[in-house]
Design a protein around this ligand. Structure first.
Ligand code: ATP
Length: 203
């Protein structure tokens, strides 16, 4: 069987248990050799507002969050790249880093999956990787819409992951931190400690 690698792109502003739970489920369900977390520098679909923590801090928080998991890894490829963080560039890069025949599984939440048709060079991207979508509370997937857009590839390249649905979002965590509310049990402790220490997301 060809080697399978999971790629998990996100802003991770900050990383939380919702991210970690779906990465672990994807690793197990798809028999992935590892899952590489790829923090984005400038995600094209997100507003560049001032509450995005600096690249090095988001990288550091992901590093702390995955430290005790031997099949999780991190890459700074998008942080090193100038301009917007397009997933197609990232997948092209990973294809150069692994032996031919390696299969890539890109992990996304269902909210993000909805936007897939608008992604840059999506017709190339869907050939470069499979998509593993984890259901997110309150987001329904319009599978018909995806089939209309991608035809048979919607069945062969887009997969749905059964995983506990955690209603945790980075937006809510930033709000809580700003208000001084507890974020304990919503993110790994080392991340929470680092955030508190540095006052990241304080208002
Ligand atoms: P924000 O609230 O700032 O938009 P976020 O919590 O959605 O952030 P991202 O870093 O933008 O976090 O997410 C990276 C990927 O993880 C996206 O594909 C997103 O859909 C998915 N994701 C994030 N949180 C969850 C969750 N609780 N359950 C399932 N998927 C999630």
């Amino acid at each position: 069987m060809p080697q399978r690698i999971g790629i998990f792109g996100g802003t991770f502003n900050p990383i939380h248990l919702g991210h970690l739970v779906i990465a672990e489920a994807a690793w197990q369900e798809y028999d992935l050799a590892k899952v590489v977390f790829v923090p984005a520098s400038h995600p094209p679909h997100k507003q560049q507002d001032s509450d995005v923590a600096p690249n090095e801090l988001r990288y550091e928080m992901v590093r702390l969050a995955i430290a005790d998991n031997p099949h999780f890894d991190i890459s700074d490829v998008e942080l090193r790249r100038e301009g917007l963080s397009y997933t197609v560039d990232t997948l092209r890069y990973f294809h150069t880093q692994y032996p031919a025949g390696t299969e890539f599984y890109f992990i996304i939440g269902t909210d993000t999956l909805e936007q897939l048709p608008t992604w840059k060079y999506i017709d190339e991207l869907i050939e470069l990787c499979h998509f593993v979508s984890a259901l997110r509370p309150h987001y329904q997937v319009n599978r018909e819409h995806l089939t209309e857009r991608f035809g048979d590839l919607a069945q062969t390249r887009i997969h749905y992951l059964a995983t506990p649905q955690l209603e945790i979002s980075a937006t809510d965590l930033r709000r809580r931190l700003c208000r001084g509310q507890s974020v304990r049990y919503l993110m790994p402790d080392p991340v929470r400690r680092r955030l508190t220490e540095k006052g990241i997301y304080d208002c």
